[in-house]
Design a protein. Structure first.
Length: 240
């Protein structure tokens, strides 16, 4: 792969270039100290018909910062894969908006960099949901079986759980922890001690003043701090 690394801090850029060159999947690494220099490098690569496969990009830079540059890259006819490398978690929402392949926090660990390169080299499609056991619910004397694929999110209510589906909500006497384990392979993940959500039904990830929420079927649900990074990484991996 041909990779462009962009960071306005010299030592950070040198470290990133060193780590990238150490990976056998990377054939060439170029560096840029700001957004303007990055755009010039990208233009030259296109003019020479040797476009970059990926851009590893810092967020906070003078002039054209990483957020603006990421949006510009997204407008390319064939945009390079984008990986943000930053010391700040709060920009993850912007990374999600521009379909970034990954979001690395400084100091960059070699194993996390390797994971990011793996996503770029073989982006693939999200794995299909595994078959999971349906849950029986009672509706006016009729037993109906709710499949996990029908569920938008699940809410804990004591020893019970409420399943929210397009056809309404259903209260079942199954603890949230049991449903989490049973339906993990069907795309339902924990975001809070009181909620599981179906990842395919998440339409927005919001981060405001350190508070993270997701929008699922028009309902805003809180994401606890301990689940923010895992959920963010999962959403980024699922983006085509």
């Amino acid at each position: 792969m041909r990779v462009l690394a962009v960071d306005d801090e010299g030592p950070a850029l040198d470290d990133l270039v060193f780590l990238l060159r150490a990976d056998s999947r990377v054939g060439e690494v170029n560096g840029a100290r700001d957004g303007a220099a990055a755009l010039r490098a990208l233009d030259r690569a296109l003019a020479e018909d040797r476009p970059f496969d990926a851009v590893f990009l810092d967020v906070r830079m003078p002039g054209i910062d990483g957020i603006v540059l990421g949006r510009l890259l997204a407008q390319f006819a064939t945009p390079p894969r984008l990986v943000y490398v930053t010391a700040h978690e709060e920009h993850a929402v912007h990374a999600f908006e521009v379909h970034a392949a990954d979001y690395l926090l400084k100091p960059v660990r070699p194993e996390r960099l390797s994971q990011a390169l793996g996503r770029i080299a073989s982006p693939g499609e999200p794995p299909p949901a595994q078959e999971a056991e349906a849950v029986a619910v009672e509706l006016s004397g009729v037993t109906r079986f709710v499949q996990p694929g029908e569920v938008h999110y699940i809410e804990a209510q004591g020893d019970y759980a409420r399943l929210h589906t397009p056809g309404g909500s259903h209260l079942v006497r199954i603890p949230l922890a049991v449903l989490e384990e049973r339906w993990r392979g069907a795309g339902l993940v924990r975001i809070h001690r009181s909620h599981l959500v179906a990842v395919p039904h998440i339409t927005e990830l919001r981060l405001d003043s350190g508070r993270c929420t997701v929008l699922v079927a028009g309902v805003e649900l809180p994401v606890s701090r301990r689940h923010v990074r895992e959920l963010r990484d999962l959403l980024l991996r699922r983006r085509p």
